[in-house]
Every structure is written in C-alpha cells, then in structure tokens.
Design a binder for this molecule. Structure first.
Ligand code: GLN
Length: 493
C-alpha cells in the first residue's frame, strides 16, 4: 500500500527516476519492474495499454544498468519508462492505430521521435490505446477497447491520446508520447491531470507517425510535470532530414527556459474563449490560475481571436480532406486487412475498407472525399484554407499585444463514457479551444490547474508564438511552482 510520504518508484517523475538511477538509489530494472507490476495491478481497470512489452523492457533496463556499472555516462532519460501511442512506428510489437485494418501490422522501422527517445535512454513499456487513426476526443473510437479515466472510471480519458494520458495519470509509465492534430495531446492531458505539449508545427519530426492530417499533426509529450515536458522536448525536437516539414532551426535546451521568471510577461485572455461555451467551474479554475501568474509579475491583457467561431468547421473540412488522401494507402493490397469475400479489384477495395475501418473513420473519409471533389472543392476546401489563414492572422495580431495566450483546454472536465459517442457534432465541439493552434501551427501546452467540484482535473492552456515553446514551459513551470496545487493522486487503488 502506498502512502503520501513514501512514494513508490512508479509515482516518480522522469527527472526523479533519472536521478534515482544515477545516484544508485534504484536500478533501471527495479524501476521497470515497479511499473510493470503497476500495470499488472491497475490496467485491467484503466485499459490504457493495448500491448505491453515486458521482456523487452526488462532487457533494455538491464542494458542501462550494465552501462552504468561499466562507468558510462548515461544519456538524459536513461532508464525512464514511457508508453507510446499506438500510431508510432516501432520495430517492437505491432503498430495498429487501434484499427482493425492494421491488426497485427509490424513496422519495419522506428520513427524518428521514437528513435531519439531510445537514444536518450527511455524505455518503452508498450503501446497505448487511442481513437482509431487518432480520430476522436474520447478514445471510444478505438477498435480494440475503451480506456477509463483514472480520476473516475465512469468517465472518458479524452482522446485521441487517451491511453497515453491515462497511463501517465495511473502511474503506469513515467511519461507518454502522443500526437495532436486538433487537441489529441492536450485534451487527454487536461482530462487526466497531466501536462501535455503540442509543439510548433515543424518542431518535431513526424517521420514514423502514421499520418492523419499532415498539415496539422504534431508529436508531443504527456508528462507528470513541466520539467519532464522540457526533458522530453530536448530529446525529440529538431530538424530531421527524413521529414522535410521540420524547421531548420537549432532546438534549444528547454530545461534552461525553466530558470527564468515571468516578470513583465504579457498574458492575453481571448475574450471569445470566455463566452457561453465555457462551463462555470472551468472558467473559475482558469481565472484563478491566471491570477497566480499575475501574482508572479505577469501582466494580463484582453485580446481578441475573432475567427474562433469558424475554427471547428474549418478544421473538419481540412482534416477530413487530408485524411481521405492519407488513408487512401490503406487499400487491402499493400497494408493491413484484405477482405476475404472480394470478387474483383473494386469489391476488394470496397469490402476491405468497409470491414477494416470503423464508423468515424469512414465518416471522415467520405466527408474528406466530398470536400475535395470537383464542383465542391472551391466551396469547401479552398474556402477553409482561406479561413485557416484568418485564424493564423488572429494569433499574429494578438501576439503583438501579448507574449502568451491563456485559456481553457476544454470547455468542461471529463465527460461520462458513452455521453457523446452517438453525437459527432457534440464530440467535435469539445475541441473548440484546441483546434485553432493546430490550424495556426503555434505551440500550445496544457497544464493541470486543480480539480473541479466533481473532483475532476481542469487544464490551463497556454499558447505561444511559433517556435516559442520555451516561454510556454517557463510560464507553466512558474505556475506549477507557485499555484500550491494539491490535486492528490487519482483515486484508483
Ligand atoms: N478530436 C479531434 C478529431 O477528432 C482531434 C484529434 C487529434 O488531435 N488527433 O479530429
């Protein structure tokens, strides 16, 4: 049994684990075994993992211990156990995107971000559950299983990186890797009480990330604290010759950004984010969090993002268009499931896609094909691209008056399992505060800002200028250090 005064190894953050291993207070194998036992104890309730790599994890941990014993200087995340959303290509295990279509699919390579984490010494414990092909906000669109929120098992963990967020919140890993196309890192981080960072588009290589919407997708960390988010960014950020959309900019040491204060920082509150869509409990949490930042020397200004009301519609035109193109490769010929009962090529495509993809993925492919089709292209896709530009300009204008934009990550805290699953529009609207930063390509971090009266985590969103993750990390770190938050641990025993 755990007590608050004596944390178990699996309660530790990544930087605490790193220090414990380096200072000889624990071996990497002990750490990994503690997490594997934790998974064994709680994952039948949480169902965060779709695949656990026990033997491989123990083997890698023993390798780290051997290097330490041989006197080697260990890399920055040596021995730190992580989980990976099931859309990262990994040589180990399968890469299924939680789709029937990719059941049993094995990638021949590790994606760049994953490989960089391996090089930094992090130890993968396995793959986590997600909405099929990252399409969703609750992880209920997984073809494999549902994941339950460790703060309240009757609620969703958010999506699409719900398994990742739940695995962090339930202490089934020290940190997790997710992807974010319209909020899929930040929403789950907010619902599960973790830190989630969607970096600037182009900051982190997407090579080896199964594509959903290529102009919006970014990879990022879900962590237990802000320092860990900085550490993971140190490992994954930077140009990659294998992803031509990565920026030719040197990645800074993100941990040094944590040292400075926020004296004189201008925080913009977009008036459109505090209108009716925002629940009262959430509003109260966000405004209290902002007052903590004010007490640390930040100055608060009101800003306007006038095209916010069009963001969800714009996103669902662009992301479905790109998804319909990206998912065309799943044809039953080169990848994944092929229908058995096909009579000819046409029916093979038809049957394979009908059987392999779940309803939400089919909906997106159909919508995306429609908005791109001749006769409709200009009315939908082209128009959406123009509105996307206006959304970006809103941010560029706002950042003339402020350095960081603060607001809620989600309109309310985690909703009950099943509540929105039959109403796609309701589900889409849950992402109203996260989608704009993907359209604009700017970085956005969600950090826990307490529990609502229902004892569910709330997430404070901080958005910054392109490639200015450092200011977000510094602001979130200052908040974390001074908020005096005592959320306790999720009540899963
Ligand atoms: N919930 C949004 C969607 O369903 C965002 C998903 C994501 O970021 N991958 O498209």
């Amino acid at each position: 049994m755990t007590t608050a005064t004596q944390p178990e190894l699996y309660h530790l953050t990544a930087h605490e684990i790193r220090d414990a291993i380096r200072e000889g207070r624990a071996t990497a194998l002990e750490v990994v075994n503690a997490f594997l036992a934790r998974i064994e104890a709680v994952d039948d309730k949480v169902q965060a993992y779709v695949d656990v790599w026990k033997d491989k994890a123990q083997e890698r941990a023993a390798g780290i211990d051997a290097r330490l014993n041989a006197g080697e200087t260990l890399p920055p995340l040596a021995g730190v156990p992580m989980s990976l959303k099931d859309l990262f290509c990994t040589e180990d295990g399968t890469t299924t995107c939680c789709s029937r279509f990719l059941q049993g699919y094995r990638s021949p390579f590790n994606g760049t971000a994953v490989q960089r984490l391996y090089d930094a010494g992090a130890i993968p414990l396995g793959k986590t559950n997600m909405d099929e092909f990252a399409m969703g906000s609750s992880t209920e669109n997984s073809a494999i299983q549902k994941t339950y929120n460790p703060w309240d098992l009757s609620r969703v963990p958010g999506g699409s990186s719900g398994g990742s967020a739940a695995s962090v919140a339930a202490d089934e890993c020290a940190f997790s890797m997710g992807s974010d196309t319209g909020g899929s890192i930040r929403g789950p981080a907010a619902f599960c009480g973790c830190v989630g960072l969607k970096p600037t588009y182009g900051r982190v290589s997407r090579q080896g990330l199964v594509a959903f919407a290529s102009s919006l997708d970014q990879i990022g960390p879900l962590t237990k604290d802000v320092e860990d988010a900085a550490l993971v960014m140190n490992a994954i950020a930077g140009q990659d010759p294998q992803d031509s959309t990565t920026a030719h900019l040197a990645a800074p040491d993100y941990t040094t950004a944590l040292r400075d204060d926020i004296q004189g920082l201008r925080i913009g509150l977009p008036k459109e984010y505090f209108e009716e869509a925002l629940g009262d409990a959430m509003r109260e949490k966000i405004l209290t969090a902002v007052s903590v930042l004010e007490s640390q020397g930040a100055e608060v200004v009101e800003v306007s993002l006038p095209h916010t009301q069009y963001a969800v519609a714009t996103y669902y035109v662009i992301c479905t268009a790109e998804a319909s193109a990206n998912l065309a490769r799943f044809d039953g010929v080169r990848y994944g499931a092929r229908a058995e009962n096909a009579r000819d090529v046409r029916s093979m495509y038809h049957e394979s896609k009908s059987q392999g993809f779940g309803p939400e993925v089919q909906r997106r492919i159909i919508l995306g094909t429609y908005v791109l089709s001749s006769g409709y292209h200009d009315a939908y896709y082209l128009k959406a691209q123009k509105v996307r530009r206006l959304v970006l300009e809103d941010f560029l204008n706002a950042f003339e008056q402020c350095d960081v934009i603060a607001g809620p990550t989600t309109p309310a805290s985690a909703f009950p399992v099943g509540e929105k699953v039959t109403d796609p529009l309701e589900m889409y609207l849950n992402d109203i505060y996260t989608i704009s930063s993907n359209l604009a390509g700017i970085p956005c971090l969600s950090t826990p800002c307490g529990l609502t009266p229902e004892k569910l985590p709330a997430g404070l969103a901080l958005m910054g200028r392109h490639f200015d993750e450092e200011t977000l990390l510094r602001t979130a770190y200052t908040y974390e250090q001074h908020a005096g938050l005592d959320m306790g641990r999720p009540p899963i025993s």
